[in-house]
Design a protein. Structure first.
Length: 81
């Protein structure tokens, strides 16, 4: 989506994978994780942009699959291509 004639870009994304978490108890906890979000970019040059990303993820937190936890994250920075 390019509403500003080449300088402002918006993209949706999705992701899926496996989480690895270290608990207070000995050992690691693993389980599936799924999520997605939105990326906004303002092009400064052809290879440089200001970037903001909003992400939501849900991950399994119990080995039996009965408990899931959600997290949200907003990041920003400079993208170099």
């Amino acid at each position: 989506f390019d509403p500003a004639g080449g300088h402002l870009w918006s993209r949706a994304f999705g992701h899926a994978g496996v989480q690895y978490a270290k608990d207070l108890a000995p050992g690691w906890r693993t389980g599936p994780a799924f999520g997605g979000g939105l990326i906004l970019e303002i092009s400064l040059t052809t290879r440089l942009a200001l970037m903001a990303r909003g992400d939501w993820t849900t991950a399994q937190t119990a080995p039996d699959g009965t408990s899931w936890a959600d997290t949200a994250l907003i990041t920003g920075g400079l993208a170099i291509y």
